[in-house]
Design a protein around this ligand. Structure first.
Ligand SMILES: Cc1ncc(COP(=O)(O)O)c(C=O)c1O
Length: 258
């Protein structure tokens, strides 16, 4: 007997989501994709060429302990405050799912990284866009007035390329009761991070995750509750052997050179 699956409904709202438009237009510096303008790191290329990893047919360490140790040296936080995932996209999607109940509000700057509305809609959240100010800063007053469950900050911003001032980030973190995601996927272009803001401003009611990006693996530094929620969602089990080995090789020399 065959079953006609055409009438099985997917989650409400999914059918209305438009596909990501890969309409890349030529420009002098493209910050719309988190890709490396200088090409693959030589160490990563060598690993692929020489097959210098444990069998790629095997899973890597389930919770990426060695990688977290290496990243801990790079960002200067304890490995227990780091989660690795399969690119920042996956960490963003998973954290929205982990903290946003369908129907709850997410505050997004406008314009912002175009995947955020996708992840928000796919997880059933209500989106409130807050237009950036004339100098591409976030509008703190309007953002806080939303009392959103999740607030997204992108610094340096995609597509603006500008850094959100520290006082703005501090004000949003201090005035929010939900999760604040600080996406620093382009940290290496500006060298400014909020890592040192968090211990000062992070109140009990606010959970903050920070996402400096490094190669294809991303880490989040945050309070224990955020780490626990992401680990439960198995973001770390999605890493394959190649990503883990590559990242280890790239992070260690980078860290040693500091
Ligand atoms: C601001 C920002 N965050 C995250 C990502 C996703 O990066 P990844 O390739 O690590 O998933 C991008 C990619 O364009 C981005 O622009």
């Amino acid at each position: 007997m065959t079953t006609d699956t055409s009438s099985i409904a997917s989650r409400s709202g999914l059918a209305q989501i438009e596909l990501y438009p890969p309409d890349l237009k030529p420009c002098s510096m493209d910050l719309s994709d988190n890709t490396n303008l200088w090409g693959a790191p030589p160490n990563a290329e060598r690993i692929i060429r020489e097959g210098a990893m444990r069998s790629p047919a095997r899973y890597p360490e389930p919770y990426s302990e060695s990688l977290k140790d290496a990243l801990s040296g790079y960002v200067g936080v304890d490995p227990s405050h780091i989660v690795v995932g399969c690119g920042s996209d996956d960490v963003l999607d998973s954290s929205i799912r982990a903290f946003g109940e369908p129907g709850e509000r997410i505050a997004l700057p406008d314009p912002t990284f175009s995947m955020l509305p996708f992840f928000a809609r796919a997880n059933g959240l209500e989106i409130s866009f807050v237009t950036l100010t004339a100098d591409y800063d976030m509008d703190v007053e309007r953002t806080l007035a939303l009392d959103a469950k999740i607030t997204y900050i992108c610094s340096p911003g995609n597509p603006t390329g500008t850094v959100i001032p520290r006082k703005t980030i501090e004000a949003i973190v201090a005035g929010t009761h939900g999760l604040v995601i600080i996406d620093e996927a382009y940290f290496e272009f500006c060298g400014e991070t909020s890592t040192n803001v968090l211990p000062v401003t992070c109140g009990d009611a606010t959970a903050v995750m920070l996402m400096p990006s490094l190669t294809t693996v991303v880490m989040s530094l945050t309070s224990d509750s955020v780490i626990a929620a992401l680990v439960v969602l198995h973001v770390e089990l999605k890493l394959n052997q190649l990503a883990t080995t590559n990242s280890l090789k790239v992070v260690r020399p980078y860290d040693a050179a500091k």
